[in-house]
Design a protein around this ligand. Structure first.
Ligand SMILES: O=C([C@H](O)CO)[C@H](O)[C@H](O)COP(=O)(O)O
Length: 235
């Protein structure tokens, strides 16, 4: 199958999110993510605005649910999200509630294994509870804290192959990846490539002479789409 490009709109206002999303869609991005900062700043209005502007595009609401799972997922699905995110560190009952709401309101569920002591086991646990996708995620604070104490910065690529092999559902890797690392995810068997936003073009191969972000993003999408990835059920 052709891998999917998702752009995370980790922005704090609707106008900026809509502008970046429009540019991303013109460049060939497949899925939009209402990032946690956007959800905090604009809430359901942010998701509704994206849905109104892009009626056919999958929208991931990265709300990082820890409790009250059914209602959170229901609200996001009714606002137009096609995918919601629940944390593996939440109680199993919360994950089940999000999965139930997903089934009731036609929304797929992404389980995020961030801060699990055993991230491979965390991914498997999320699958067993009914999640449709795994987000294999090294958190922003965690990465920076570890590096600030002089230790090598952990990367989601370190265990990506193990996570992919442990589950049957599709996996995405998130957290501090360079562009080239993100684009390489399908080589690890992870079919969803997440580009962090605001997008930084940190690889010469994708810098264009005029420095135009849309042109760079088009090259990135082409590089992702040119790869092949094994088919996984929820996609
Ligand atoms: O989910 C995120 C994080 O927990 C802050 O809310 C970010 O979207 C995620 O970490 C993306 O990070 P980058 O890949 O470094 O953009």
């Amino acid at each position: 199958m052709r891998p999917i490009v998702q752009i995370s709109l980790d922005l704090t206002n609707i106008d900026e999110a809509l502008e970046t999303a429009a540019l991303a869609m013109r460049a060939g991005v497949d899925w939009l993510e209402a990032g946690t900062p956007l959800i905090l700043a604009e809430g359901l209005h942010g998701v509704r605005a994206l849905r109104a502007a892009f009626p056919e595009t999958p929208i991931v609401a990265d709300l990082k649910t820890m409790d009250g799972g059914y209602l959170e997922a229901e609200m996001m699905a009714k606002a137009g999200a096609t995918h919601v995110v629940v944390m593996a560190r939440a109680h199993a009952e919360t994950v089940r509630c999000v999965v139930k709401a997903g089934a009731d309101f036609g929304c797929q569920v992404m389980g995020d294994n961030m801060v699990c002591d055993d991230m491979v086991a965390g991914a498997k646990w999320l699958e067993d509870l009914g999640c449709d996708f795994v987000i294999h995620h090294i958190g922003y604070d965690e990465r920076r804290g570890i590096a600030a104490r002089g230790n090598p910065m952990p990367s989601p690529l370190d265990q990506l192959r193990e996570v992919v092999d442990a589950v049957k559902i599709p996996v995405q890797a998130v957290g501090g990846l360079s562009l080239e690392q993100a684009i390489a995810c399908p080589k690890y068997g992870a079919p969803l490539v997440v580009l962090g936003a605001p997008l930084t073009i940190d690889a010469d191969a994708f810098r264009t002479a005029d420095g135009d972000l849309e042109s760079s993003l088009r090259l990135i999408c082409e590089a992702v789409h040119a790869q092949d990835c094994p088919i996984r059920d929820s996609l």
